[in-house]
Design a protein around this ligand. Structure first.
Ligand SMILES: Cc1cc2nc3c(=O)[nH]c(=O)nc-3n(C[C@H](O)[C@H](O)[C@H](O)COP(=O)(O)OP(=O)(O)OC[C@H]3O[C@@H](n4cnc5c(N)ncnc54)[C@H](O)[C@@H]3O)c2cc1C
Length: 295
């Protein structure tokens, strides 16, 4: 199918993009990599009257590592984030997750911000944002607001971003503990497809191998990816033995209202969620232990 008619402008700055958004209201849409928006338009699931291209805005394309957080500009391509070694060292979950996102071709064009704003419940980057507790910086005109990931994803393809806002950057917390391990895993019908269910985890151990910090989450099963801070907190103080890890994964899977579709039944997704969350936690633990041994 072809999209409904639209007009196109190329914004030279965030201020200009915001001005177009303010002027056109919900009739306009920003276009970044176009990897989700263009198919949606072609299927007429969305019919913006104007596309505002943000690809030429240099201020939206950067990676910066700071003490407490790594910052990525919203229009930074997924492939750039995937290949950045410093970023992989400070926020390893990003590279681990991106390996599962579509294909090299889609990552060459798709942006980090586009994936977050598109908010597919099965997308990998929104899950990482939830697990790490990322902050999204949204701008409209002169006003910028910081929104925690937990308040950003509100449902399938729904976020708390307002129509007049441009996502400027994402701040990914850097864990200070040296013995930190993380892992991302998922099951999809074919590699490169959206996940039926995905799970991500990050844990930090002290010198005795006791967990001092843990976070994990599940995506693809419910209306939006989510983390389980209350359950993860109970892992702190344990050595992440098999039983507490299994219990945590099962409890988390039990908290999600799974949907079924032609790809997988709700019960199967729930089963997968428990298995994958356990696997992610175990793999993160193994990585943290390996660092402990090397150190
Ligand atoms: C074949 C194929 C396979 C794929 N597989 C996967 C997969 O396995 N996992 C996965 O996560 N994704 C997958 N994708 C989607 C891909 O990751 C997209 O790149 C991503 O969802 C959207 O990023 P984009 O830059 O292309 O955004 P666009 O398509 O340009 O925009 C998406 C939405 O975000 C809005 N937007 C974009 N940037 C901003 C901004 N800065 N501020 C405010 N709003 C903004 C747009 O208005 C639009 O509503 C796949 C895509 C294809 C084509």
């Amino acid at each position: 199918m072809k999209s409904a008619p639209f007009s196109y402008v190329r914004a030279g700055s965030v201020a200009e993009a915001c001005e177009w958004l303010r002027r056109d209201g919900p009739d306009a849409k920003l276009i970044a990599g176009g990897q989700s928006l263009v198919p949606m338009m072609a299927m007429r699931l969305t019919r913006p009257r104007r596309l505002i291209d943000i690809n030429e805005i240099a201020a939206l394309k950067f990676v910066a590592i700071e003490a407490a957080a790594a910052r990525t500009g919203a229009c930074t391509r997924q492939c750039v984030v995937e290949r950045d070694d410093a970023l992989a060292m400070h926020v390893p979950l990003l590279r681990q997750a991106l390996a599962w996102v579509g294909h090299a071709q889609t990552r060459n064009r798709g942006t980090v911000g586009g994936s977050l704003v598109h908010a597919d419940p099965a997308a990998e980057l929104p899950l990482v944002a939830q697990v790490l507790g990322a902050t999204l910086v949204l701008r409209s005109g002169r006003r910028a607001r910081r929104v925690p990931a937990v308040e950003f994803f509100t449902g399938p393809l729904m976020t708390s971003a307002r129509p007049e806002e441009c996502l400027e950057e994402i701040r990914w917390p850097v864990w200070p503990e040296s013995r930190t391990g993380s892992a991302f895993t998922e099951v999809s019908r074919r590699h490169g497809d959206f996940a039926l269910v995905a799970a991500a985890a990050q844990v930090a151990l002290d010198e005795e191998g006791r967990c001092v910090r843990a976070s994990f989450g599940i995506g693809g099963g419910g209306s939006a990816p989510r983390a389980f801070p209350r359950i993860a907190k109970r892992l702190v103080g344990t050595r992440l033995e098999e039983q507490p890890v299994k219990d945590a994964a099962r409890e988390a899977a039990g908290e999600i209202d799974f949907f079924g579709d032609l790809h997988a039944a709700a019960d199967y997704r729930k089963h997968l969620a428990a298995v994958l969350a356990e696997r992610a936690l175990r793999a993160a633990r193994a990585q943290a232990r390996a660092i402990a041994v090397e150190g």
